[in-house]
Design a protein around this ligand. Structure first.
Ligand SMILES: NC(=O)c1ccc[n+]([C@@H]2O[C@H](COP(=O)([O-])OP(=O)(O)OC[C@H]3O[C@@H](n4cnc5c(N)ncnc54)[C@H](OP(=O)(O)O)[C@@H]3O)[C@@H](O)[C@H]2O)c1
Length: 282
């Protein structure tokens, strides 16, 4: 029987625990979000993040900038948040509108407040096996795998996608957990052949029904990061109905990876607050 990896349930459990921990800590962590423009999906994600903050006892402030904002204006906002001692975590919602230099913005976020884990310093720590803030989606997937006791040591894991928010940090986390990791992308030859050898398959491509049964090893654990619209419905990258007959465990979309991403952002923000409180953050 195929196990459905219930990210919604796991995230709720994590958020309840976190709420208790925050309550007991005497700290009042604060997260600042920065959103540029009015992309409805980005607005929805930011609203969900603020709602989760409220649920666990994290204060949140939202900075909204118009779509025609310049890179300099976004940098100004980030620098002000870096300097604000009341702010522990900074999240700049991606993607930013065309014309804004995303790399400069990410590089400007103080690594000690970079709760999304995209800053090169945090990425470097992750890849050197000493993670501080790991990107929320991959870290959330690791938590979900742990919750369902999926064995990672020595397992063959294939990650499809090499973005800085999902594919690359996902591969680093799996490697840190002693999996044997392959990263696939649009230039990979014989993708299906590579994926069919994987005990754990993680797809972060952004194409509906991209992962078909012919790409999945019988009994594999399949993690679907993709968020796509198909015929007015939200679907992942994986042809869920067909692949769930082959996989031993699979995440649904929605209700799989998405809620884990938000729970991890809350955990990272609390971690930042604790580090700021004890003065270990620079
Ligand atoms: N659930 C969540 O919380 C969450 C969080 C973040 C993202 N997402 C979703 O996850 C998906 C991926 O996000 P992302 O930011 O990583 O996207 P991205 O930056 O667009 O990266 C997509 C990756 O897919 C690879 N790819 C594209 N076509 C391919 C093909 N035919 N064969 C193999 N690889 C192919 C690309 O390869 P190249 O590098 O060679 O171009 C790229 O590395 C999106 O649907 C996004 O909405 C969900």
């Amino acid at each position: 029987m195929t196990t459905i990896l219930d990210g919604k349930k796991c995230a709720e459990k994590r958020l309840e625990l976190l709420k208790e921990e925050i309550g007991e800590s005497g700290l009042y962590p604060r997260l600042a979000t920065v959103i540029v423009g009015n992309d409805p999906a980005s607005q929805m994600y930011v609203r969900m993040k603020h709602r989760a903050c409220e649920q666990v006892g994290i204060g949140s402030v939202g900075i909204e900038l118009p779509a025609d904002t310049t890179t300099e204006a976004v940098l100004d906002a980030v620098r002000r948040l870096n300097a604000d001692p009341d702010i522990n975590g900074i999240l700049v919602q991606l993607p930013l509108p065309k014309g804004i230099d995303t790399e400069r913005i990410i590089d400007a976020i103080s690594p000690a407040k970079d709760v999304d884990g995209y800053h090169p310093e945090n990425m470097g720590l992750l890849f050197s096996g000493k993670p501080r803030f790991s990107s929320c989606t991959p870290k959330g997937i690791m938590t979900l795998l742990e919750e369902y006791q999926v064995p990672l040591t020595g397992a063959r894991a294939a990650v499809v996608g090499r973005s800085i928010d999902v594919g690359r940090p996902m591969a680093a986390l799996l490697l840190n957990a002693d999996a044997t990791v392959i990263i696939c992308h649009s230039r990979t030859q014989d993708l299906a052949g590579e994926l069919r050898r994987a005990d754990i398959l993680i797809s972060a491509v952004g194409k509906a029904h991209f992962i078909t049964p012919a790409m999945v090893k019988p009994g594999a654990v399949v993690i679907d990061v993709g968020i796509n619209q198909l015929d007015g419905k939200l679907v992942g990258d994986v042809d869920f109905a067909a692949v769930s007959g082959i996989a031993s465990a699979i995440t649904p979309v929605p209700g799989g990876v998405g809620p884990m991403t938000i729970a991890t952002l809350m955990e990272n923000t609390f971690r930042a607050a604790k580090e700021h409180a004890c003065g270990s953050a620079e």
